[in-house]
Write a protein that binds this ligand. Structure first.
Ligand SMILES: Nc1ncnc2c1ncn2[C@@H]1O[C@H](COP(=O)(O)OP(=O)(O)O)[C@@H](O)[C@H]1O
Ligand SMILES: [Mg+2]
Length: 394
């Protein structure tokens, strides 16, 4: 049953994380008449600007989180980010609140160790070679075992934070330091992965819904400094590799348990498909689906989590998303030259997230394009994004 906001029949969703992805989830929920309560650690976050109401709390603090859940009595708890006290979600799930996709998925994927162990050791899905290390001695031994070059990541981190590549033995201590300075939470553990010279990497959006498993066409993307720069759909790949990727994605999504969309990240090297990580929620590189599909990744997530059938995912040909990245210090951000930028590619769309502040690097918007080819769509998107001037005020 679906309700009406502000009435006794309301279907209430508590959105944990109110960034640009949360904003789109919120809009899709509202299209189906769901009452949305946004939660984040700062006021006026993008999704809060469209939610019915919101709370500012430290989501990593289990007691603060529990207090909001108890007060709002949501039917659904929808984590939009990893950095939340996921260990507290289980008790609410046991009380009958639906955690999306499941408290198990949220807990397992918030930590690189949980998901890597599940995929590689339990499901036997191929990944890069890896070891975990908790002390500097273990770390040195781990680097020795994996070999140089290798990639170092705090087990609790996202968006490339604390991540570095060891290219030379002189980098070892620095990599350990970077992982500790920039990692999230108190966990000191890091993962050391073999550096893969992959041909390309994909996000395979996989939906688990009441009418089964569904796959979006693979999305290709380019990462730089932990942030995706451009993504495109479809990523061309041999059918046999796509079938293999879909098989692994289904295994992982099935094991994580629960309805929703999952962004399954994989590397393709020769005829190998190697699993990297998975988000049990819409993925940033999947923003391209706002222009390429009849149902975006956000619409698909909402359909699945509400127990609605996904039906058919229709696509409209090559498309791209180009991130609009800001770099500055401001609480008074404005965008200039937007009409001129849009005229460079009349079929493009510009989405500005409405983030209230920037301190350093931050994604502030995205340009969406269609093209005859994905290469053309990316080139057009870059032209438009490049022409938008970000004004940081004074
Ligand atoms: N083992 C690896 N070898 C080569 N590149 C990697 C490896 N692991 C990660 N990367 C690159 O770094 C990016 C971010 O890594 P990822 O593990 O997805 O971290 P995050 O959680 O920050 O997204 C990947 O999309 C990929 O481009
Ligand atoms: Mg990633």
């Amino acid at each position: 049953m679906l309700g009406t906001p502000y009435t006794p029949h309301a279907t209430r969703a508590l959105l944990l994380g109110c960034g640009e992805l949360g904003k789109e989830i919120c809009i899709e929920l509202q299209r189906l008449g769901v009452e949305v309560i946004g939660v984040d650690r700062y006021a006026n976050a993008p999704a809060m600007q469209v939610a019915h109401r919101s709370h500012v709390i430290d989501m990593q603090n289990g007691d603060e989180l529990a207090k909001v859940i108890t007060e709002e009595k949501p039917h659904y708890i929808i984590p939009e980010i990893e950095a939340i006290a996921t260990d507290r979600l289980r008790e609410f799930e046991e009380q009958g609140i639906k955690v999306v996709p499941s408290s198990f998925a949220a807990r397992t994927t918030m930590d690189r160790e949980g998901i890597r162990t599940l995929a590689s050791e339990k499901l036997r899905i191929p990944t890069s070679r890896y070891v975990f290390a908790e002390t500097l001695e273990e770390f040195r031994a781990g680097v020795e075992k994996i070999g140089i070059p290798c990639v170092v990541k705090p087990v609790m981190s996202s968006s490339g934070k604390g991540q570095s590549v060891i290219k030379d033995s002189a980098d070892i201590e620095k990599a350990w330091q970077v992982a500790h300075d920039e990692g999230r939470g108190h966990k000191q553990k890091v993962i050391i992965e073999e550096f893969l010279k992959f041909d390309y990497e994909i996000t395979l959006l996989t939906v688990h819904a009441v009418d089964g498993f569904h796959f979006c066409p693979p999305i290709g993307h380019r990462q730089e400094n932990g942030d995706y720069q451009e993504s495109w759909q479809p990523q061309k790949m041999p059918e046999a590799l796509l079938v293999k990727a879909q098989y692994y994605a289904k295994e992982i999504v099935d094991a994580l348990d629960g309805y929703g969309i999952y962004g399954v990240e994989m590397f393709i090297r020769g005829d190998e498909v190697l699993f990297s990580e998975v988000s049990p929620r819409p993925h940033d590189t999947g923003m391209v689906t706002m222009i390429s599909q009849n149902l975006s990744e956000f619409a698909l997530h909402v359909r699945a989590l509400l127990g609605l059938p996904v039906g058919q995912i229709l696509t409209s040909g090559p498309a791209a998303s180009v991130a609009l990245l800001g770099d500055g210090d401001s609480a008074n951000i404005a965008f200039d030259n937007v009409p001129e930028a849009m005229r460079l590619c009349p079929s493009s769309q510009v989405r500005l997230f409405g983030k209230p502040e920037i301190h350093g690097h931050r994604r502030l918007g995205v340009v969406l394009t269609r093209g005859e080819t994905t290469e053309q769509a990316v080139a057009d998107g870059k032209k438009v994004a490049g022409a938008i001037r970000i004004d940081y005020g004074s």
